[in-house]
Design a protein around this ligand. Sequence first.
Ligand code: PMP
Length: 279
Amino acid sequence: SLGFHNGEFIALDQKIIPIDERGHQFGDGVYELIKVYKGAPFMMREHLVRLEKSAKAIRLQLNYSIDQLEAIIADGLHRAGLAGQDAEVYIQSTRGIATRLHTFPNVEASTTMTFRPARVIPAELRERGVAITLAVDERWANCYIKSLNLLPNILAKQAAVDNGYYEAVFFRDGYITEGSSTNVYAVKDGTLYTPPATKRILHGITRHAVLRLARELNIPVVEEEFTPDFLSSGDEIFISSTTIEVLPVTTIEGQPVGNGQPGPITRRLYDAVIADATR
Ligand code: PMP
């Protein structure tokens, strides 16, 4: 494992962020997590384009271009001894270091990264599927921005885990939005349903891959709002993210989903994502 801070590779435990750093004090920044399969970052461009989009949405000028970030990622993986391995690259850019004031400082952005071996999702979770609970979406109106402000997400996730669930899935104004760190899908009568890519959800890179692969597999896709009841009535439910890829959900609020087993379309989409990531 290895860290990166504005041009220097550093040890992960090196103390580097001063007190007056805006990510630290205000959550004034954006981030990305990229998964690397046998040395090859999956959909890296898409992640870096989303980083720029998030930065632009908070009026933050990144201190690296996408091409520069790509070069740092390749270098970092190599230096971390992760060349050819399954790994995770975390990138965070903030509005930099300046005496605490709510107005924007006139300083450069600050970018840190970590390079770590990939976490492995236990095979048992994939085989049995996971349990989800529903939670009121108390987040702000701009959830398409991958901002550092994750307090509602971590509170919902921790409450879910404390109660024996794997993930909390949010609903807002009667409609499902997304999980605390995942996008969510229902399969009904062979059709794949997922909430549309509005400002209310993060436009997941894995979501993008799932929808593209579903279309390639001739699985009908509907991107429309649906209710918690509709989700619960799905023959299959699954969640997606860079970390978990595609993970079946087999109970919702303690009730079985479909026949209580991971479903065939979830399985096909998982296999397709892995094939795409490792091709
Ligand atoms: N929604 C939220 C709120 C998330 O934090 C994440 C994880 N970044 C996702 C969805 C999934 O996005 P991706 O597939 O790009 O990892």
